[in-house]
Design a protein around this ligand. Structure first.
Ligand code: HEC
Ligand code: HEC
Length: 325
């Protein structure tokens, strides 16, 4: 009897603790600072840098636009640039329904530079809501502040496209726990291109390669699997998985030299050339090859140098499985 009584008291305390922490998170998180009175000067150099990053490195425009999945790697539908894009839902393994929002002036003209800055590099939206980290604010917060400023200046130049995108609806308990996700930015200066491992690391972080090229569990990277592949993308005809891009010669890309690596990316560089259609019954690549193809040669080479500097991992990934296999 005594045991049951103690157990009851213990459970009572546990429930109280859970309720109190739940209320705490609801009331006080995210506790990001108020957006500053930031006013970013609009310069031509910033527009150009921002355009480059948003379209070819951080690929903001990739997620935040409509995609044509009938063509290889789902290029952006012309005229939909930044107007809001894909819906990520339970069918694709997400804890709720999350929409890539409209980034054109239609949506953002009422936001201050400070509010946009806080959303991109801290993960807090206009009305203080915590953004779901599929939006890569953790990694954008590690970029050079100046690069984020350039991206904001570029977003202001997009054509305004009328398209209302709903806010995300997350399932419990993610809806609560997600409030803990926003983080104060920890900007770094962009490393000198001559310091190619560090510089490559900067580009790899900005481009989000590790997000796909690792195993994922409930939206988090499984520690130890970084760059060793494994993330799954379900499509009507089957599953495609991100391969191992460490330099293991058997299971990774250890046999690729720098030229082959660059050539793979540059294969789709000529944008006047339409990306090839995907044959019926084939899996399409979710990797935005068409957008990364516009990356500067120097930046692609730096990615290669960075990948060469990390420890090779043995990880054999079956990239394509078809439903009728
Ligand atoms: C992998 C896809 C993806 C990429 C890449 C991405 N985003 Fe997002 N972004 C999202 C999603 C999804 C949301 C909505 C999150 C939510 O509602 O919780 C979002 C939300 C936002 C918001 C908040 C808008 C609002 O109305 O609340 C801003 C601003 C934003 N993104 C800007 C950017 C910028 C700038 C980049 C590039 C530096 C970028 N995003 C890259 C998917 C992405
Ligand atoms: C949206 C998810 C996603 C992102 C982001 C992504 N990849 Fe991929 N990647 C894939 C998938 C899936 C494949 C397999 C299908 C294919 O080859 O296109 C792939 C294939 C590759 C291959 C070919 C490997 C082989 O063995 O044939 C290389 C190299 C590669 N990715 C490098 C990168 C680098 C470097 C980055 C960052 C600049 C990156 N990827 C970003 C999903 C992604």
């Amino acid at each position: 009897m005594k045991i049951i009584k103690y157990l009851g008291i213990f459970l009572g305390f546990l429930i109280l603790l859970i309720l109190v922490s739940g209320a705490y998170i609801r009331l006080f998180k995210p506790d990001m600072e108020k957006p500053t009175n930031l006013k970013i000067e609009r310069t031509a150099a910033r527009v150009e840098r921002g355009k480059y990053l948003a379209n070819h490195v951080t690929v903001c425009i990739d997620c935040h636009s409509r995609r044509d999945w009938s063509l290889f790697s789902g290029p952006v539908v012309k005229g939909s640039e930044g107007s809001g894009g894909e819906k990520f839902d339970r069918k694709a393994g997400f804890p709720g329904t999350i929409y890539a929002t409209n980034l054109t002036p239609y949506q953002l003209s009422s936001w201050t530079d400070g509010e946009i800055y806080r959303a991109i590099s801290g993960g807090v939206g206009k009305n203080g809501r915590a953004l779901f980290p599929l939006m890569g604010y953790h990694r954008f917060g590690k970029m050079d502040r100046e690069d984020i400023f350039s991206i904001i200046v570029y977003l202001r130049t997009l054509s305004s496209i009328a398209n209302d995108v709903p806010d995300a609806v997350l399932d419990f308990p993610v809806s609560l726990l997600n409030r803990l996700s926003p983080q104060k930015p920890m900007h770094q200066k962009i490393p000198a291109p001559g310091d190619s491992v560090k510089y490559g690391g900067y580009i790899v972080n900005a481009a989000g390669c590790v997000e796909c090229h690792s195993k994922q569990d409930k939206g988090k990277i499984v520690p130890g699997t970084e760059f060793a592949g494994g993330m799954e993308f379900r499509q009507p005809v089957g599953i495609i998985r991100a391969p191992n891009i460490t330099m293991d010669p058997q299971t990774g890309i250890g046999n690729w030299d720098r030229e082959l690596f660059v050539a793979k990316f540059k294969a789709y560089a000529d944008t006047s050339h339409r990306l090839p259609p995907v044959p019926k019954g084939e899996l399409n690549s979710p990797m935005p090859w068409g957008m990364y193809a516009g990356m500067k040669r120097q930046d692609i080479e730096a990615i290669y140098t960075y990948l060469k500097s990390i420890k090779p991992k043995v990880s054999s990934i079956k990239v394509r499985s078809y439903n009728n296999d």
